[in-house]
Design a protein around this ligand. Structure first.
Ligand code: ZN
Length: 440
C-alpha cells in the first residue's frame, strides 16, 4: 500500500453547519486580502521576467515596464497593457500550438481543452494539478454558498472532450464531495431522453439548471414525463434579479472559470480575490471605472501555474465594495454581458438575453420551452426580425401570438419587432448554447 490514501483526491471534510467553505479567506480583513494579492502579484511579475513569458514580458516592456519591481501592487496594474482573446489567438498562430504566453511548460499540465470556438479559432487552455485545485477551491466556495453539501446528488449536461467545461464542472463537483450525475448534452431527443430516464431512476437533489434546461422540459413533455419526477424544477438562483446585470460568476474557462459566486444578500458575486485581481476597466485609459459603473472585465489570475495578466474578456462588469451582511469580505462583481452579444437596433443597444427573457414571459411561446432566434439587424431603422415557435398550449392565432411577443419586446428593450410565428420544431435545437442571432 502507498503511504498516502484516497484523501489525495479531495479536501478534508468540514462541519456542514459552517457558514463558509474557507472561512479564513472568505472573511479575511480587506487590507490583509489586498496584501495577499500584492504578494502573489509580485510573484507573478517575477515569473514574467524569470521564466520568461515572452508574450507578457514584451507587453510590459512596450509600456516601459522593464523589471518585475515596476509592478509591486494592484494599483500599479493600471500601467500594464490589456490582453484580449485575439492576442492569445495570434500568439498561438505565430508560435503553434501554444503561443508564448504560457507561464509553465505545457507538459507539466495534465488537462487540455479549447473554448467552444463560437467567435473564431478556439484557443488552447492548459491546467496543471495546481490550476485545477485553484478552480476546485474557488468553485467549492460557490457550492457551499448555494447550500450544497457533500452527500447531495447533483447533475449537469455540459459538453465534454476537447471542450474543457464539462470535465471542469464534473471535477469540481467530485472534489467537493457531491454525487455527480453527468448526462449527455440534449443535442437530440434521444440524448435528452437518456438523461431524463436516468433522472427518473437517480433523482438529483439539486435541480438541473444549465443552458439547455429548456430542451429537457421540451422532450419530457413529448414523452409524457412530469419534469418534477426527473428533478426538473425552476428555482430562483441567489443573486439573480437583484440590481442591474447578473452576478459575475465566470471569467471564462481560459482565464478563471469560477471567479465568483453570489450570496444573495446583496447584488453581485463575491470574487475569489486571493486567486485573482478583478477590475472594471475603461480600456481607453487602463484605469478602473468608479464602483458600480460598467467597465471591461479585466482579470489577472493569481496563485496558478498558468496565469493571464490584465486579460480583458471584452465583457461588461461593475464592481461593488460596500460591506456585505453575509459576512464575506471580498468585493462583489456584476456581469453585464459580452460586448459581442450587444445588439443595436432603432437607436437602442441591448443584450440578446434581454429579448429572450422578454419572450419567456409570453405564455403562448414559452410552454414547454422557448425556442426562438433573431436576425442580426443590418438596417438600424428596420424593426427587429424575430422568429419564435408556438408554445404547446398557445390558444390564440399566430397574429395574436405575434402581437403579444412584439409588445413584450417593446416593453423590455424599447424597440419595434416583426415576429414570425413558426410551428413547433421549426428551429434548430442545441444541447448546449443555441445560436440565437443569425445572419439573414
Ligand atoms: Zn455577501
Amino acid at each position: 500500500m502507498p503511504d498516502y490514501g484516497p484523501e489525495v483526491l479531495g479536501p478534508p471534510p468540514r462541519d456542514p453547519e459552517s457558514r463558509f467553505w474557507d472561512p479564513q479567506i472568505q472573511t479575511m480583513e480587506p487590507e490583509r486580502l489586498r496584501e495577499l494579492q500584492n504578494e502573489r502579484l509580485r510573484d507573478l511579475m517575477q515569473k514574467v521576467f524569470d521564466v520568461p513569458v515572452p508574450f507578457f514580458r514584451d507587453k510590459l516592456r512596450s509600456a516601459g515596464i522593464t523589471a518585475a519591481e515596476d509592478v509591486k501592487t494592484v494599483e500599479d496594474l493600471s500601467h500594464v497593457p490589456l490582453t484580449v482573446k485575439q492576442d492569445l489567438r495570434d500568439s498561438e498562430a505565430q508560435d503553434p500550438p501554444y503561443g508564448t504566453y504560457r507561464f509553465s511548460d505545457p507538459r507539466t499540465a495534465l488537462r487540455i481543452g479549447t473554448s467552444t470556438g463560437t467567435t473564431g479559432t478556439p484557443t488552447i487552455s492548459l491546467w496543471t494539478r495546481r490550476d485545477l485545485w485553484v478552480e476546485y477551491e474557488a468553485s467549492a466556495r460557490i457550492w457551499w454558498r448555494y447550500g450544497y453539501r457533500p452527500g447531495m446528488i447533483v447533475t449537469h449536461a455540459h459538453p465534454a472532450y476537447l471542450y474543457g467545461g464539462g470535465p471542469m464542472l464534473s471535477g469540481s463537483y467530485e472534489y467537493f464531495g457531491l454525487l455527480n450525475v453527468w448526462v449527455p448534452p440534449p443535442d437530440t431527443d434521444d440524448a435528452a431522453e437518456q438523461g431524463l430516464r436516468f433522472w427518473l431512476r437517480v433523482k438529483p437533489d439539486i435541480p438541473f439548471m444549465g443552458f439547455s434546461t429548456g430542451r429537457f422540459f421540451e422532450v419530457a413533455s413529448k414523452l409524457g414525463i412530469d419534469p418534477k419526477d426527473a428533478g426538473l424544477e425552476f428555482k430562483a438562483m441567489p443573486g439573480f434579479g437583484m440590481g442591474k446585470g447578473m452576478p459575475l460568476m465566470t471569467a471564462g474557462a481560459e482565464c478563471f472559470a469560477y471567479v465568483g459566486g453570489p450570496c444573495g444578500k446583496l447584488p453581485g458575486a463575491h470574487i475569489a480575490e486571493d486567486f485573482a485581481v478583478v477590475q472594471a476597466v475603461d480600456p481607453s485609459t487602463g484605469q478602473e471605472v468608479p464602483d458600480g459603473e460598467w467597465g471591461d472585465l479585466v482579470v489577472t489570475t493569481l496563485g496558478r501555474d498558468n496565469a493571464l495578466v490584465r486579460y480583458d474578456l471584452e465583457e461588461a462588469c461593475a464592481m461593488l465594495r460596500e460591506p456585505c451582511p453575509c459576512g464575506e469580505t471580498s468585493i462583489r462583481g456584476l456581469w453585464g454581458g459580452r460586448f459581442k452579444d450587444l445588439v443595436s437596433s432603432q437607436g437602442k443597444r441591448f443584450q440578446v438575453e434581454e429579448v429572450a427573457s422578454a419572450l419567456r414571459k409570453v405564455p403562448d411561446v414559452s410552454d414547454p420551452s422557448l425556442e426562438w432566434q433573431m436576425v442580426k439587424p443590418t438596417d438600424d431603422d428596420a424593426p427587429l426580425l424575430v422568429r419564435v415557435e408556438r408554445g404547446k398550449s398557445a390558444s390564440a392565432d399566430d397574429t395574436v401570438v405575434a402581437a403579444h411577443c412584439a409588445d413584450a419586446i417593446r416593453a423590455a428593450v424599447g424597440v419595434g419587432a416583426t415576429i414570425e410565428v413558426l410551428a413547433r420544431e421549426s428551429l434548430p435545437r442545441s444541447g448546449y448554447k443555441a445560436a440565437r442571432v443569425v445572419d439573414e
